[in-house]
Ligand binder design. Structure first.
Ligand SMILES: [Cu+2]
Length: 140
């Protein structure tokens, strides 16, 4: 019985489509552009691992950089401070792992103009903390 429960927990943990992952559209109908307050937008939600962010914008005008916290503060990603980048104009960014994600537009002046926000991604509610589980097993 216990083994079955553990197996089910493991299946839940590794199944990426399980637990109702949510797709959030950045800026809603405004999209990703100069003007909206993205801090206000992002603070409406509790993001969990497996969710995705949809960035919609005119690709020649904007882009999407996921950067480390230092680059987020300065608005100027240096070499090695960009984690991932997108520029298609219709980008779906996966928030696969729990943790802090920092996004900005790297077009000149746009980050200073407000095109930046961070999200804290929590462990999915449907998934037990895997590290805790693993540690518990190791001490048995
Ligand atoms: Cu921009």
């Amino acid at each position: 019985m216990a083994a079955t429960a553990i197996l089910l927990l493991l299946l839940a943990a590794v199944s990426p489509c399980d637990g109702g992952a949510t797709k959030y559209t950045v800026g809603e109908s405004d999209g990703w552009t100069i003007g909206p307050n993205y801090d206000t937008w992002s603070q409406q939600y509790n993001f969990t691992a497996g969710d995705t962010l949809a960035f919609n914008y005119v690709p020649v005008l904007h882009d999407v950089y996921q950067v480390i916290q230092d680059a987020f503060r300065t608005c100027q990603p240096a070499v090695g401070q960009t984690v991932r980048m997108w520029a298609s104009g219709s980008d779906v960014v996966d928030l696969a792992a729990p943790g802090d994600y920092y996004f900005l537009c790297n077009a000149p002046g746009h980050c200073f103009g407000g095109m930046k926000f961070s999200v804290s991604v929590a462990v999915s509610v449907a998934t037990p903390p895997l590290t805790e589980f693993a540690q518990g097993r190791m001490h048995q």
